[in-house]
Design a protein around this ligand. Sequence first.
Ligand SMILES: Cc1cc2nc3c(=O)[nH]c(=O)nc-3n(C[C@H](O)[C@H](O)[C@H](O)COP(=O)(O)OP(=O)(O)OC[C@H]3O[C@@H](n4cnc5c(N)ncnc54)[C@H](O)[C@@H]3O)c2cc1C
Length: 469
Amino acid sequence: MTDAAADVVTRLRAALGDRVDTTEAARHEARADKSGHAASGLPLAVVRAQSVDDVQQTLRIASDTRTPVVTRGAGTGLAGGANAGAGEIALSVRDMDRILEVRPDDLLAVVEPGILNGDLNAALAEHGLWWAPDPASRAISTVGGNIATGAGGLLCAKYGVVRDAVLGVDLVLADGRLLQLGHRTVKGVTGLDLTSLVIGSEGTLGVVVGATLKLRRLVPGTVCTVAATFPDVRAAATASAAVTASGVQPSIMELMDAASLRAVHDLLGLDEPTPGAAQLTIQTDGPAADAEADAIAATLRAAGGTVAVTHDRAEGERLLAIRRSMHPAMERLGTSLIEDVSVPRSALPAMFDEIARVEREHGLTIPTVAHAGDGNLHPNFLFSSAGSETGHEDDGTIDVPPAIWAAADDLFRAALRLGGTLTGEHGIGVLKRRWLADELGDDQWELQRQIARVFDPHGILNPGKVFAV
Ligand SMILES: Cc1cc2nc3c(=O)[nH]c(=O)nc-3n(C[C@H](O)[C@H](O)[C@H](O)COP(=O)(O)OP(=O)(O)OC[C@H]3O[C@@H](n4cnc5c(N)ncnc54)[C@H](O)[C@@H]3O)c2cc1C
Protein backbone atom coordinates (compact mmCIF):
# COMPACT_ATOMS: atom_id res chain seq x y z
CA MET A 1 0.00 0.00 0.00
CA THR A 2 1.37 3.47 -0.87
CA ASP A 3 1.87 6.12 1.82
CA ALA A 4 -1.05 8.10 0.46
CA ALA A 5 -3.34 5.06 0.59
CA ALA A 6 -2.18 4.24 4.13
CA ASP A 7 -2.96 7.84 5.11
CA VAL A 8 -6.53 7.47 3.79
CA VAL A 9 -7.05 4.31 5.85
CA THR A 10 -5.55 5.98 8.93
CA ARG A 11 -7.91 8.94 8.59
CA LEU A 12 -10.92 6.65 8.06
CA ARG A 13 -9.96 4.65 11.16
CA ALA A 14 -9.54 7.79 13.25
CA ALA A 15 -13.00 9.01 12.24
CA LEU A 16 -14.93 5.73 12.12
CA GLY A 17 -13.06 3.23 14.29
CA ASP A 18 -14.01 -0.40 13.80
CA ARG A 19 -16.57 0.47 11.11
CA VAL A 20 -13.51 0.41 8.85
CA ASP A 21 -12.86 -3.19 7.83
CA THR A 22 -9.50 -3.90 6.18
CA THR A 23 -9.61 -7.69 6.39
CA GLU A 24 -8.70 -9.39 3.14
CA ALA A 25 -11.97 -11.36 3.15
CA ALA A 26 -14.09 -8.18 3.32
CA ARG A 27 -12.06 -6.40 0.65
CA HIS A 28 -12.20 -9.46 -1.56
CA GLU A 29 -15.98 -9.69 -1.26
CA ALA A 30 -16.38 -6.01 -2.18
CA ARG A 31 -14.68 -6.60 -5.56
CA ALA A 32 -17.69 -8.38 -7.07
CA ASP A 33 -21.45 -8.31 -7.40
CA LYS A 34 -23.69 -11.05 -8.83
CA SER A 35 -22.82 -10.26 -12.45
CA GLY A 36 -19.78 -12.49 -11.99
CA HIS A 37 -17.61 -9.55 -13.02
CA ALA A 38 -14.97 -8.34 -10.50
CA ALA A 39 -12.86 -5.20 -10.18
CA SER A 40 -9.13 -5.67 -10.49
CA GLY A 41 -7.20 -5.43 -7.24
CA LEU A 42 -8.54 -5.06 -3.72
CA PRO A 43 -10.15 -1.88 -2.34
CA LEU A 44 -8.32 -0.04 0.44
CA ALA A 45 -11.03 -0.75 2.99
CA VAL A 46 -14.71 -1.52 3.43
CA VAL A 47 -16.45 1.16 5.48
CA ARG A 48 -19.60 -0.21 7.13
CA ALA A 49 -21.59 2.99 7.70
CA GLN A 50 -24.16 2.93 10.47
CA SER A 51 -25.41 6.49 10.18
CA VAL A 52 -25.70 9.43 7.82
CA ASP A 53 -22.83 11.01 9.73
CA ASP A 54 -20.62 7.98 8.97
CA VAL A 55 -21.33 8.41 5.26
CA GLN A 56 -20.62 12.15 5.42
CA GLN A 57 -17.32 11.63 7.25
CA THR A 58 -16.23 9.00 4.73
CA LEU A 59 -16.99 11.27 1.80
CA ARG A 60 -15.24 14.27 3.36
CA ILE A 61 -12.07 12.22 3.75
CA ALA A 62 -12.46 10.76 0.26
CA SER A 63 -13.01 14.22 -1.20
CA ASP A 64 -9.99 15.70 0.63
CA THR A 65 -7.73 12.90 -0.56
CA ARG A 66 -9.40 12.45 -3.99
CA THR A 67 -10.03 8.78 -3.19
CA PRO A 68 -12.72 7.00 -5.26
CA VAL A 69 -15.77 5.68 -3.37
CA VAL A 70 -17.92 2.78 -4.50
CA THR A 71 -21.21 2.57 -2.65
CA ARG A 72 -22.59 -0.91 -1.98
CA GLY A 73 -25.96 -2.15 -0.88
CA ALA A 74 -26.24 -5.94 -0.86
CA GLY A 75 -24.01 -6.49 -3.90
CA THR A 76 -26.68 -8.35 -5.90
CA GLY A 77 -26.34 -6.06 -8.94
CA LEU A 78 -25.89 -7.59 -12.38
CA ALA A 79 -23.89 -4.81 -14.08
CA GLY A 80 -20.71 -4.66 -11.99
CA GLY A 81 -21.72 -1.25 -10.56
CA ALA A 82 -20.92 -2.05 -6.91
CA ASN A 83 -17.51 -3.59 -7.59
CA ALA A 84 -14.68 -1.80 -5.75
CA GLY A 85 -11.07 -2.22 -6.84
CA ALA A 86 -7.53 -1.07 -6.15
CA GLY A 87 -7.19 2.36 -4.53
CA GLU A 88 -10.95 2.67 -3.85
CA ILE A 89 -13.06 2.82 -0.69
CA ALA A 90 -16.00 0.40 -0.65
CA LEU A 91 -18.76 2.18 1.30
CA SER A 92 -21.40 -0.29 2.48
CA VAL A 93 -24.73 1.13 3.68
CA ARG A 94 -26.16 -2.36 4.31
CA ASP A 95 -26.14 -1.81 8.13
CA MET A 96 -28.33 1.31 7.80
CA ASP A 97 -31.50 -0.73 7.69
CA ARG A 98 -34.10 0.97 9.89
CA ILE A 99 -37.67 1.85 8.98
CA LEU A 100 -37.97 5.39 10.35
CA GLU A 101 -41.64 6.06 9.69
CA VAL A 102 -44.74 4.36 8.24
CA ARG A 103 -47.78 6.52 7.46
CA PRO A 104 -50.78 4.45 6.35
CA ASP A 105 -52.85 7.67 6.12
CA ASP A 106 -50.39 9.34 3.72
CA LEU A 107 -49.34 6.05 2.07
CA LEU A 108 -45.64 6.67 2.62
CA ALA A 109 -42.68 5.25 4.52
CA VAL A 110 -39.31 6.74 5.35
CA VAL A 111 -36.47 4.21 5.40
CA GLU A 112 -32.72 3.89 5.55
CA PRO A 113 -31.08 2.57 2.36
CA GLY A 114 -29.75 -0.76 3.64
CA ILE A 115 -33.09 -2.40 4.42
CA LEU A 116 -33.84 -5.40 2.24
CA ASN A 117 -36.84 -5.00 -0.03
CA GLY A 118 -38.36 -8.24 1.33
CA ASP A 119 -37.91 -7.19 4.99
CA LEU A 120 -39.51 -3.82 4.30
CA ASN A 121 -42.50 -5.45 2.64
CA ALA A 122 -42.90 -7.97 5.47
CA ALA A 123 -43.07 -5.05 7.93
CA LEU A 124 -45.42 -3.02 5.72
CA ALA A 125 -47.81 -5.99 5.34
CA GLU A 126 -48.64 -5.65 9.05
CA HIS A 127 -50.12 -2.24 8.16
CA GLY A 128 -51.96 -3.61 5.10
CA LEU A 129 -49.41 -1.82 2.86
CA TRP A 130 -46.67 -2.66 0.35
CA TRP A 131 -43.90 -1.03 -1.67
CA ALA A 132 -44.60 -2.26 -5.19
CA PRO A 133 -41.15 -2.69 -6.83
CA ASP A 134 -40.55 -6.46 -6.72
CA PRO A 135 -37.22 -7.50 -8.24
CA ALA A 136 -36.81 -11.28 -8.23
CA SER A 137 -33.95 -10.49 -5.82
CA ARG A 138 -36.29 -8.77 -3.35
CA ALA A 139 -35.28 -11.09 -0.50
CA ILE A 140 -31.58 -10.24 -0.94
CA SER A 141 -31.36 -6.70 -2.40
CA THR A 142 -31.58 -3.35 -0.59
CA VAL A 143 -34.05 -0.52 -1.14
CA GLY A 144 -31.08 1.85 -1.66
CA GLY A 145 -29.69 -0.50 -4.31
CA ASN A 146 -33.14 -0.77 -5.90
CA ILE A 147 -33.27 3.04 -6.10
CA ALA A 148 -29.70 3.40 -7.38
CA THR A 149 -30.35 0.88 -10.16
CA GLY A 150 -33.95 1.89 -10.87
CA ALA A 151 -34.96 -1.74 -10.34
CA GLY A 152 -37.95 -3.46 -11.85
CA GLY A 153 -39.53 -6.85 -11.38
CA LEU A 154 -42.42 -9.11 -12.24
CA LEU A 155 -45.30 -6.82 -11.24
CA CYS A 156 -44.04 -3.71 -13.03
CA ALA A 157 -46.44 -3.71 -15.97
CA LYS A 158 -49.35 -3.09 -13.60
CA TYR A 159 -47.75 -1.54 -10.50
CA GLY A 160 -44.74 0.33 -11.90
CA VAL A 161 -40.98 0.35 -11.31
CA VAL A 162 -38.91 2.07 -8.61
CA ARG A 163 -39.19 5.37 -10.48
CA ASP A 164 -42.96 5.31 -9.87
CA ALA A 165 -42.62 4.52 -6.17
CA VAL A 166 -40.18 7.07 -4.69
CA LEU A 167 -41.24 10.51 -3.43
CA GLY A 168 -37.84 11.70 -2.24
CA VAL A 169 -34.28 10.71 -1.37
CA ASP A 170 -31.70 12.02 1.06
CA LEU A 171 -28.40 12.22 -0.77
CA VAL A 172 -24.87 12.76 0.52
CA LEU A 173 -22.79 14.49 -2.13
CA ALA A 174 -19.14 13.73 -2.91
CA ASP A 175 -18.00 16.56 -0.60
CA GLY A 176 -20.11 15.29 2.31
CA ARG A 177 -23.02 17.75 2.09
CA LEU A 178 -26.49 16.29 2.74
CA LEU A 179 -29.35 17.12 0.37
CA GLN A 180 -33.03 16.34 0.92
CA LEU A 181 -34.57 15.86 -2.49
CA GLY A 182 -38.23 15.46 -3.35
CA HIS A 183 -41.27 15.76 -1.09
CA ARG A 184 -43.82 13.93 1.07
CA THR A 185 -46.79 15.11 -0.94
CA VAL A 186 -48.66 13.36 -3.75
CA LYS A 187 -48.04 16.35 -5.98
CA GLY A 188 -44.85 18.40 -6.01
CA VAL A 189 -43.17 20.22 -8.90
CA THR A 190 -40.95 22.67 -7.05
CA GLY A 191 -37.73 23.11 -9.00
CA LEU A 192 -36.01 20.45 -11.06
CA ASP A 193 -36.86 16.82 -10.33
CA LEU A 194 -33.54 15.73 -8.84
CA THR A 195 -35.13 12.70 -7.16
CA SER A 196 -35.76 11.21 -10.60
CA LEU A 197 -32.21 12.06 -11.62
CA VAL A 198 -30.82 10.08 -8.69
CA ILE A 199 -33.02 7.04 -9.42
CA GLY A 200 -30.95 4.78 -11.66
CA SER A 201 -27.78 6.87 -11.24
CA GLU A 202 -25.83 3.81 -10.00
CA GLY A 203 -23.84 5.56 -7.29
CA THR A 204 -22.41 8.22 -9.59
CA LEU A 205 -24.23 11.29 -8.19
CA GLY A 206 -24.14 10.68 -4.44
CA VAL A 207 -24.93 8.18 -1.70
CA VAL A 208 -28.60 7.57 -1.00
CA VAL A 209 -28.84 7.62 2.81
CA GLY A 210 -32.62 7.76 3.15
CA ALA A 211 -35.75 7.45 1.04
CA THR A 212 -39.37 8.53 1.26
CA LEU A 213 -41.30 5.78 -0.49
CA LYS A 214 -44.72 5.88 -2.11
CA LEU A 215 -46.78 2.94 -0.82
CA ARG A 216 -49.89 1.08 -1.96
CA ARG A 217 -52.56 -0.70 0.04
CA LEU A 218 -52.41 -4.50 -0.26
CA VAL A 219 -54.56 -5.53 -3.21
CA PRO A 220 -57.90 -7.02 -2.10
CA GLY A 221 -59.58 -9.92 -3.91
CA THR A 222 -58.24 -13.04 -5.54
CA VAL A 223 -55.24 -13.94 -7.70
CA CYS A 224 -55.81 -16.03 -10.85
CA THR A 225 -53.05 -17.68 -12.83
CA VAL A 226 -53.17 -18.52 -16.52
CA ALA A 227 -50.54 -20.82 -18.04
CA ALA A 228 -50.40 -21.21 -21.81
CA THR A 229 -48.04 -23.12 -24.07
CA PHE A 230 -47.38 -22.30 -27.70
CA PRO A 231 -45.63 -24.25 -30.45
CA ASP A 232 -42.78 -21.73 -30.60
CA VAL A 233 -41.52 -18.56 -28.97
CA ARG A 234 -42.71 -16.24 -31.73
CA ALA A 235 -46.29 -17.47 -31.23
CA ALA A 236 -45.98 -16.91 -27.46
CA ALA A 237 -44.58 -13.39 -27.99
CA THR A 238 -47.33 -12.56 -30.46
CA ALA A 239 -49.93 -13.79 -27.96
CA SER A 240 -48.45 -11.64 -25.17
CA ALA A 241 -48.57 -8.59 -27.45
CA ALA A 242 -52.23 -9.44 -28.18
CA VAL A 243 -53.00 -9.53 -24.44
CA THR A 244 -51.42 -6.08 -24.02
CA ALA A 245 -53.30 -4.73 -27.03
CA SER A 246 -56.62 -6.14 -25.68
CA GLY A 247 -56.55 -3.60 -22.83
CA VAL A 248 -56.83 -6.16 -20.01
CA GLN A 249 -54.02 -5.49 -17.53
CA PRO A 250 -52.34 -8.57 -16.03
CA SER A 251 -50.33 -8.07 -12.85
CA ILE A 252 -47.67 -10.49 -14.13
CA MET A 253 -47.00 -11.73 -17.67
CA GLU A 254 -43.83 -13.82 -18.00
CA LEU A 255 -42.56 -15.56 -21.11
CA MET A 256 -40.10 -18.48 -21.24
CA ASP A 257 -38.60 -19.73 -24.49
CA ALA A 258 -38.05 -23.42 -25.24
CA ALA A 259 -34.45 -23.59 -23.98
CA SER A 260 -35.34 -21.89 -20.67
CA LEU A 261 -38.37 -24.09 -20.18
CA ARG A 262 -36.40 -27.24 -20.85
CA ALA A 263 -33.61 -26.22 -18.43
CA VAL A 264 -36.06 -25.41 -15.62
CA HIS A 265 -38.11 -28.59 -16.13
CA ASP A 266 -34.87 -30.52 -15.94
CA LEU A 267 -33.85 -28.71 -12.72
CA LEU A 268 -37.21 -29.27 -11.05
CA GLY A 269 -37.58 -32.87 -12.23
CA LEU A 270 -40.77 -32.09 -14.22
CA ASP A 271 -41.88 -33.93 -17.38
CA GLU A 272 -39.92 -32.87 -20.44
CA PRO A 273 -41.78 -30.05 -22.25
CA THR A 274 -42.87 -30.48 -25.88
CA PRO A 275 -39.79 -29.76 -28.05
CA GLY A 276 -39.78 -26.14 -29.21
CA ALA A 277 -42.69 -25.14 -26.96
CA ALA A 278 -42.66 -21.75 -25.22
CA GLN A 279 -44.78 -20.71 -22.25
CA LEU A 280 -46.62 -17.67 -20.95
CA THR A 281 -47.45 -17.48 -17.24
CA ILE A 282 -49.91 -14.72 -16.47
CA GLN A 283 -51.54 -13.53 -13.25
CA THR A 284 -54.48 -11.22 -12.65
CA ASP A 285 -55.36 -9.74 -9.26
CA GLY A 286 -57.87 -7.50 -7.54
CA PRO A 287 -61.66 -7.55 -7.54
CA ALA A 288 -61.87 -8.20 -11.33
CA ALA A 289 -59.24 -10.96 -11.35
CA ASP A 290 -61.59 -13.81 -12.39
CA ALA A 291 -63.18 -11.97 -15.30
CA GLU A 292 -59.78 -10.65 -16.46
CA ALA A 293 -58.25 -14.15 -16.37
CA ASP A 294 -61.13 -15.48 -18.48
CA ALA A 295 -60.71 -12.66 -21.01
CA ILE A 296 -56.95 -13.27 -21.21
CA ALA A 297 -57.49 -17.04 -21.62
CA ALA A 298 -59.80 -16.33 -24.57
CA THR A 299 -57.17 -14.08 -26.20
CA LEU A 300 -54.48 -16.73 -25.73
CA ARG A 301 -56.66 -19.52 -27.17
CA ALA A 302 -57.44 -17.34 -30.19
CA ALA A 303 -53.67 -16.90 -30.61
CA GLY A 304 -53.17 -20.68 -30.75
CA GLY A 305 -52.24 -21.40 -27.12
CA THR A 306 -53.07 -24.43 -25.01
CA VAL A 307 -54.42 -22.73 -21.92
CA ALA A 308 -55.07 -23.67 -18.27
CA VAL A 309 -56.57 -21.30 -15.68
CA THR A 310 -56.35 -21.75 -11.91
CA HIS A 311 -58.00 -19.74 -9.15
CA ASP A 312 -55.96 -21.51 -6.50
CA ARG A 313 -53.15 -19.31 -5.09
CA ALA A 314 -50.89 -22.23 -4.16
CA GLU A 315 -51.22 -23.76 -7.62
CA GLY A 316 -50.53 -20.31 -9.12
CA GLU A 317 -47.36 -20.00 -7.04
CA ARG A 318 -46.29 -23.48 -8.21
CA LEU A 319 -46.66 -22.38 -11.82
CA LEU A 320 -44.73 -19.15 -11.20
CA ALA A 321 -41.99 -21.11 -9.41
CA ILE A 322 -41.09 -22.50 -12.84
CA ARG A 323 -40.29 -18.96 -13.99
CA ARG A 324 -38.55 -18.05 -10.73
CA SER A 325 -36.20 -21.05 -11.13
CA MET A 326 -34.55 -19.58 -14.23
CA HIS A 327 -31.37 -18.38 -12.44
CA PRO A 328 -30.50 -21.72 -10.79
CA ALA A 329 -31.41 -23.58 -14.00
CA MET A 330 -28.96 -21.45 -16.00
CA GLU A 331 -26.24 -21.90 -13.37
CA ARG A 332 -26.44 -25.67 -13.98
CA LEU A 333 -25.79 -25.15 -17.69
CA GLY A 334 -22.46 -23.39 -17.13
CA THR A 335 -21.49 -19.73 -17.16
CA SER A 336 -23.90 -17.15 -18.47
CA LEU A 337 -23.84 -13.46 -19.25
CA ILE A 338 -27.32 -12.39 -18.11
CA GLU A 339 -28.52 -9.62 -20.38
CA ASP A 340 -31.35 -7.13 -20.03
CA VAL A 341 -32.77 -5.30 -23.05
CA SER A 342 -36.23 -3.76 -23.39
CA VAL A 343 -38.33 -3.16 -26.48
CA PRO A 344 -41.80 -1.68 -27.03
CA ARG A 345 -44.23 -4.50 -26.23
CA SER A 346 -45.53 -4.74 -29.80
CA ALA A 347 -41.93 -5.43 -30.91
CA LEU A 348 -41.48 -8.54 -28.72
CA PRO A 349 -42.07 -11.03 -31.59
CA ALA A 350 -39.53 -9.17 -33.77
CA MET A 351 -37.01 -9.16 -30.91
CA PHE A 352 -37.33 -12.93 -30.50
CA ASP A 353 -36.70 -13.23 -34.28
CA GLU A 354 -33.51 -11.19 -33.75
CA ILE A 355 -32.40 -13.43 -30.88
CA ALA A 356 -32.91 -16.50 -33.11
CA ARG A 357 -30.84 -14.78 -35.81
CA VAL A 358 -28.02 -13.97 -33.36
CA GLU A 359 -28.05 -17.59 -32.14
CA ARG A 360 -27.79 -18.83 -35.74
CA GLU A 361 -25.16 -16.39 -36.94
CA HIS A 362 -22.94 -16.64 -33.86
CA GLY A 363 -23.43 -20.38 -33.25
CA LEU A 364 -24.77 -19.88 -29.70
CA THR A 365 -27.66 -20.92 -27.50
CA ILE A 366 -29.29 -17.94 -25.80
CA PRO A 367 -32.07 -19.11 -23.47
CA THR A 368 -34.34 -16.11 -22.95
CA VAL A 369 -37.07 -15.16 -20.50
CA ALA A 370 -39.05 -11.95 -20.73
CA HIS A 371 -41.19 -9.80 -18.51
CA ALA A 372 -43.56 -9.78 -21.48
CA GLY A 373 -45.98 -7.42 -19.75
CA ASP A 374 -43.45 -4.61 -20.11
CA GLY A 375 -41.26 -5.79 -23.01
CA ASN A 376 -38.15 -6.47 -20.90
CA LEU A 377 -36.07 -9.49 -22.04
CA HIS A 378 -33.29 -11.37 -20.26
CA PRO A 379 -31.27 -13.28 -22.86
CA ASN A 380 -28.70 -15.58 -21.18
CA PHE A 381 -25.53 -15.99 -23.23
CA LEU A 382 -24.16 -19.42 -22.28
CA PHE A 383 -20.48 -20.11 -22.71
CA SER A 384 -17.33 -21.66 -21.40
CA SER A 385 -14.18 -19.65 -22.06
CA ALA A 386 -10.98 -20.89 -23.66
CA GLY A 387 -8.61 -22.50 -21.19
CA SER A 388 -11.37 -23.07 -18.69
CA GLU A 389 -14.16 -25.64 -18.60
CA THR A 390 -16.68 -23.27 -17.10
CA GLY A 391 -15.75 -19.73 -18.07
CA HIS A 392 -14.95 -19.04 -14.41
CA GLU A 393 -11.62 -17.64 -13.29
CA ASP A 394 -9.91 -19.20 -10.28
CA ASP A 395 -11.56 -16.69 -7.95
CA GLY A 396 -15.06 -17.57 -9.16
CA THR A 397 -15.55 -14.47 -11.34
CA ILE A 398 -16.35 -14.82 -15.01
CA ASP A 399 -14.27 -14.07 -18.04
CA VAL A 400 -16.60 -13.24 -20.94
CA PRO A 401 -14.95 -14.28 -24.23
CA PRO A 402 -14.81 -11.69 -27.08
CA ALA A 403 -17.08 -13.88 -29.26
CA ILE A 404 -19.83 -13.60 -26.63
CA TRP A 405 -19.44 -9.83 -26.46
CA ALA A 406 -19.67 -9.72 -30.28
CA ALA A 407 -22.97 -11.61 -30.14
CA ALA A 408 -24.21 -9.39 -27.30
CA ASP A 409 -23.24 -6.31 -29.33
CA ASP A 410 -25.31 -7.64 -32.25
CA LEU A 411 -28.27 -8.22 -29.94
CA PHE A 412 -28.04 -4.77 -28.27
CA ARG A 413 -28.01 -3.06 -31.66
CA ALA A 414 -31.06 -5.10 -32.73
CA ALA A 415 -32.93 -3.93 -29.62
CA LEU A 416 -32.03 -0.30 -30.37
CA ARG A 417 -33.16 -0.68 -34.00
CA LEU A 418 -36.55 -1.89 -32.74
CA GLY A 419 -36.96 1.28 -30.67
CA GLY A 420 -35.74 -0.42 -27.49
CA THR A 421 -33.14 0.30 -24.85
CA LEU A 422 -29.88 -1.29 -23.64
CA THR A 423 -31.10 -1.99 -20.14
CA GLY A 424 -34.60 -2.25 -18.73
CA GLU A 425 -33.69 -2.71 -15.07
CA HIS A 426 -30.14 -3.88 -14.35
CA GLY A 427 -28.29 -0.68 -15.27
CA ILE A 428 -25.13 0.12 -17.21
CA GLY A 429 -22.45 -0.42 -14.54
CA VAL A 430 -19.18 -1.43 -16.13
CA LEU A 431 -20.57 -4.09 -18.42
CA LYS A 432 -22.53 -1.87 -20.82
CA ARG A 433 -20.74 1.47 -20.62
CA ARG A 434 -19.17 1.00 -24.05
CA TRP A 435 -22.63 1.02 -25.67
CA LEU A 436 -24.07 3.98 -23.73
CA ALA A 437 -23.24 6.64 -26.31
CA ASP A 438 -24.77 4.46 -29.06
CA GLU A 439 -28.14 4.82 -27.41
CA LEU A 440 -27.84 8.36 -26.03
CA GLY A 441 -25.98 10.00 -28.90
CA ASP A 442 -22.80 12.02 -28.33
CA ASP A 443 -24.51 15.25 -27.27
CA GLN A 444 -26.70 13.64 -24.63
CA TRP A 445 -23.82 11.45 -23.41
CA GLU A 446 -21.69 14.58 -22.90
CA LEU A 447 -24.56 16.45 -21.19
CA GLN A 448 -25.12 13.55 -18.78
CA ARG A 449 -21.42 13.48 -17.98
CA GLN A 450 -21.40 17.18 -17.28
CA ILE A 451 -24.40 16.77 -14.95
CA ALA A 452 -22.51 14.06 -13.04
CA ARG A 453 -19.53 16.45 -12.71
CA VAL A 454 -21.78 19.08 -11.09
CA PHE A 455 -22.63 16.60 -8.33
CA ASP A 456 -19.11 15.20 -8.13
CA PRO A 457 -16.52 17.70 -9.49
CA HIS A 458 -13.49 15.54 -8.67
CA GLY A 459 -15.01 12.38 -10.16
CA ILE A 460 -14.61 10.28 -7.01
CA LEU A 461 -18.06 8.64 -7.03
CA ASN A 462 -18.00 5.25 -8.73
CA PRO A 463 -15.48 6.35 -11.37
CA GLY A 464 -15.47 4.29 -14.57
CA LYS A 465 -19.06 3.12 -13.99
CA VAL A 466 -21.83 4.08 -16.43
CA PHE A 467 -19.62 6.52 -18.34
CA ALA A 468 -16.54 4.91 -19.92
CA VAL A 469 -13.46 6.83 -18.87
C1 LIG B 1 -31.13 -13.77 -8.51
C2 LIG B 1 -31.22 -12.32 -8.90
C3 LIG B 1 -32.41 -11.82 -9.42
C4 LIG B 1 -32.51 -10.48 -9.79
N1 LIG B 1 -33.69 -10.02 -10.26
C5 LIG B 1 -33.83 -8.72 -10.57
C6 LIG B 1 -35.08 -8.21 -11.03
O1 LIG B 1 -36.07 -8.94 -11.17
N2 LIG B 1 -35.16 -6.88 -11.32
C7 LIG B 1 -34.08 -6.05 -11.17
O2 LIG B 1 -34.21 -4.85 -11.45
N3 LIG B 1 -32.89 -6.50 -10.74
C8 LIG B 1 -32.74 -7.80 -10.43
N4 LIG B 1 -31.52 -8.27 -9.98
C9 LIG B 1 -30.38 -7.34 -9.88
C10 LIG B 1 -30.19 -6.66 -8.48
O3 LIG B 1 -30.75 -7.43 -7.45
C11 LIG B 1 -30.78 -5.25 -8.51
O4 LIG B 1 -30.03 -4.44 -9.40
C12 LIG B 1 -30.80 -4.55 -7.13
O5 LIG B 1 -31.54 -3.35 -7.23
C13 LIG B 1 -29.42 -4.25 -6.56
O6 LIG B 1 -29.54 -3.96 -5.18
P1 LIG B 1 -28.29 -4.12 -4.20
O7 LIG B 1 -28.70 -3.67 -2.85
O8 LIG B 1 -27.77 -5.51 -4.26
O9 LIG B 1 -27.28 -3.11 -4.86
P2 LIG B 1 -25.72 -3.27 -5.19
O10 LIG B 1 -25.50 -4.43 -6.09
O11 LIG B 1 -24.95 -3.25 -3.91
O12 LIG B 1 -25.45 -1.92 -5.99
C14 LIG B 1 -25.99 -1.71 -7.26
C15 LIG B 1 -25.61 -0.32 -7.77
O13 LIG B 1 -26.24 0.67 -6.95
C16 LIG B 1 -25.26 1.48 -6.29
N5 LIG B 1 -25.77 1.68 -4.93
C17 LIG B 1 -26.19 0.73 -4.05
N6 LIG B 1 -26.67 1.31 -2.95
C18 LIG B 1 -26.55 2.65 -3.11
C19 LIG B 1 -26.88 3.78 -2.30
N7 LIG B 1 -27.43 3.67 -1.09
N8 LIG B 1 -26.60 5.02 -2.80
C20 LIG B 1 -26.05 5.18 -4.03
N9 LIG B 1 -25.73 4.14 -4.82
C21 LIG B 1 -25.98 2.89 -4.37
C22 LIG B 1 -23.96 0.72 -6.39
O14 LIG B 1 -22.85 1.60 -6.41
C23 LIG B 1 -24.13 0.00 -7.72
O15 LIG B 1 -23.82 0.85 -8.79
C24 LIG B 1 -31.39 -9.62 -9.63
C25 LIG B 1 -30.20 -10.12 -9.11
C26 LIG B 1 -30.10 -11.45 -8.76
C27 LIG B 1 -28.81 -11.94 -8.18
